[in-house]
Design a protein around this ligand. Sequence first.
Ligand code: DON
Length: 306
Amino acid sequence: MNSNYQNITENAYNLSNSLDSKGKLATYIPELANVDPSKFGVHMTKVDGTHFGMGDHLEKFSIQSITKVLSLALAYKIVGEKLWDRVDVEPSGTKFDSLLLLESYKGIPRNPFVNSGAIVICDILISHLDNASVDFLEFVRDLSGIPDLTYSDQIADSEKATGYRNVALCNFIKSFGNIQNEPNVVLDFYFDMCSIEMTCQQLSHTFGFLANGGRQLVDGRKIISKSKSKRINALMLTCGFYDESGEFAFKVGLPGKSGVGGGIVALYPHNYTIAVWSPKLNPNGNSFKGMKLLEEVTTHSELSIF
Ligand code: DON
């Protein structure tokens, strides 16, 4: 067992950085195609509050689907176990934007992290909050400790102009009765939510509560219960990487969540959270170098949840 995380992370960073830069930028959201593909950063925050990072870890990037963990946390906190009447907790084995299983499961998405599931979570938040867009942003500001955090209009508008798949998903789910609000309203909120930008440092800090039994790292304040935190971590392990969730559990062995901006956040409960960013994605839509770096970190620290 080796818990000198800083050395291990540095070695993992250098090794992954020297790899042939495989993968492709996500171009289906035009704004994401403008990102410098060579960016690479990592930041680790330990539950004792100490933290370190390297590379481009202080540069903001589009967190995209990583936001789905935070929207799930807020919806679960508000609605409790009734949430699972609307969204299932099973891996989908499909691409993140697939329509396929919605037909057989009558509009119930397989889990809250595929696009269809996250869209239903948005619908639930809209039904339960005065102004979901404002209230969700406030929730993330509080978790991240970034008081002036905003949605990125540039990224949201770019996705709104081209997000035909998500429009189809939302309308299809509505046809089964599992969307209660107007699809346009739900989708606007969904695109806003995905447009949040953070640095690796901010992201690893924001996810601290899930490594700490549902409590903020800085002041121990309860965000969600221990049981809810455990369940969200279980969902990240089984569904956080879409059709590659098995592979991530197999090689890295930690709960985590990826986004098409090239970010990944993973956490080792009661130990640390780690956020990595490298924009080039493998064919499953997950950061190529990010996956490699995390695999190196858990291999060489010989510590994972298994
Ligand atoms: O809805 C979309 O397609 C994007 N806003 C988010 C997808 C995403 O990040 C999938 N992650 N790997």
